[in-house]
Ligand binder design. Structure first.
Ligand code: ZN
Length: 461
């Protein structure tokens, strides 16, 4: 195995070899399902999809767990606002998550455990922590983790307890013995729906967020496994707390390697609802085809910050078009990748160095240039297969190239036409006109007739 991966825990590139030879066990923190997935989720899902694809391409078996947090303050609040049950809200959002992930070509993880189905495992972990003196029930009924009793707290994020203490407000809140302590079990509040109350040795309540991942990770992958991943924003406190809980209870190292993908910015600003630059995956897929969005994510290194802007997306679209143009020239030969081929060897070297997708994508462009020159079916086949390692270039080249000049695919255009028809039906002429103009700007001309609306792509670059 020649793969090296950057480990947040050691802050160094490390040679990777799974604990169990030939089998990688990987856990990635998934979504809290109270709303639609946004661009940040897309980035994390694509990043770890590339990881699992490359591990498999390297001949390893991968057990990939991406959990679903289906119990949380935000979920409870949203369900109450909507007047629906927690289950109905979370089921809907999980369906939407799957649709978005499928659109982006993200392979399903091996397992997607829902937190609410692992409450007994969480209670058992909390019990072990209490037996070891690492957890206590506070005066308000919540069970907390005693951070200062766990040596090594802060090793992932590099934060010291004194530094953390200085950042805390002095007042000891709730029933915590120390403001740094975090909650493992939240005691039930009378105002909360029964659906979020489980009985426990500490009284009715529900799990804290951090304990969910420790319990599901240990249950599904064992107490020590290979890779734990997530967005950089989860490093502290979430992942730090996962380590404290898991290693505190088991006395064994939790994950040997911690991977974190970088942030996503929009027009060089942090994406946030308050700045009005917040995009769901669905918003983005109305403007750009899914493979362009995936390509935009993949061609940056997973640890770099990623800047979303129309300029970058349009550029990604034209770049992807160049690759598909090469594949449209000659039918790609189908054969297994010959890793001895110099292009394939360079692609592999790039991917083996901490999933170096920018360099790997550069190899795809060199291959495309080679196809343009030689019209070799063999070379085109290699381009397609290597693209497949990144979840790219598996579509029909003609269909990709013929989609609207904007890159909108037919389904996205039809969705806009349906939205315009709905606006017309509601006599919202301004909205109907806005949609028509927005499509026109992207090179899509609508034709209304008695039979309905049809579209065609304007002849434009
Ligand atoms: Zn987690």
């Amino acid at each position: 195995m020649s793969l090296r991966i950057y480990n947040t825990l050691s802050r160094a590139l490390e040679a990777f070899s799974p604990i169990e030879p030939g089998h990688v066990r990987m856990y990635v923190c998934g979504m809290t399902v109270y709303d639609l997935c946004h661009l940040g989720h897309a980035r994390s899902m694509v990043a770890f999809d590339v990881v699992q694809r490359w591990l498999r391409a390297s001949g390893l078996r991968v057990t990939y767990v991406r959990n679903i947090t289906d119990i949380d303050d935000k979920i409870i609040r949203r369900a109450v606002e909507n007047g629906e049950t927690i289950r109905s809200l979370t089921d809907r959002m999980i369906d939407a998550l799957h649709q978005d992930a499928d659109a982006l070509g993200i392979e399903r993880p091996t397992f997607e455990p829902r937190a609410t189905e692992y409450v007994p495992q969480m209670l058992s972990l909390i019990g072990r922590l209490q037996d070891k003196g690492l957890a206590y029930q506070g005066s308000d009924g919540d069970v907390n983790f005693a951070v200062r009793k766990f040596p090594g707290y802060g090793k992932l994020s590099g934060k010291s307890l004194d530094e953390l203490q200085a950042g805390e407000r002095v007042a000891v809140q709730d029933g915590k013995q120390d403001p740094l302590d975090f909650v493992l079990w939240k005691s039930a509040k009378p105002s909360e729906p029964d659906e979020v109350k489980w009985s426990s040795p500490w009284g009715a309540g529900r799990p804290g967020w951090h304990i969910e991942c420790s319990a599901m990770g240990c249950e599904m992958l064992g107490e020590s496994f290979d890779i734990h991943g997530g967005g950089a924003d989860l490093q502290f406190p979430h992942h730090e707390n996962e380590i404290a809980q898991s290693e505190g209870a088991t006395g064994r190292p939790f994950a040997q390697l911690w991977m974190h993908n970088g942030f996503i910015n929009v027009d060089n600003e942090k994406m946030s609802k308050s700045l009005g630059n917040f995009f769901t995956i669905r918003d983005v897929l109305k403007e750009y085809d899914a493979e362009t969005v995936r390509f935009f994510v993949v061609r940056s290194h997973y640890r770099s910050p990623l800047n979303y802007s129309d300029v970058h997306l349009n550029d990604a679209r034209s770049a992807l078009k160049r690759l598909y143009t090469a594949l449209s020239l000659v039918a790609p030969a189908e054969s297994a990748i010959d890793w001895g081929n110099p292009f394939a060897a360079r692609f592999k070297a790039a991917m083996d160095e901490d999933f170096g997708t920018p360099e790997a994508v550069a190899v795809l462009f060199e291959l495309a240039a080679e196809v343009n020159r030689s019209k070799s079916a063999q070379t085109a086949g290699l381009l397609k297969s290597l693209g497949g390692c990144l979840g790219l270039l598996q579509g029909d080249p003609q269909a990709f190239l013929q989609a609207g000049a904007s890159g909108l695919d037919a389904a996205a255009i039809e969705a806009q036409i349906a939205a315009r028809a709905a606006a017309k039906a509601a006599k919202d002429w301004a909205e109907a006109d806005r949609i028509r103009k927005a499509l026109l700007e992207q090179g899509i001309v609508l034709k209304d007739s008695a039979a309905g609306t049809t579209w065609e792509a304007a002849a434009k670059g």
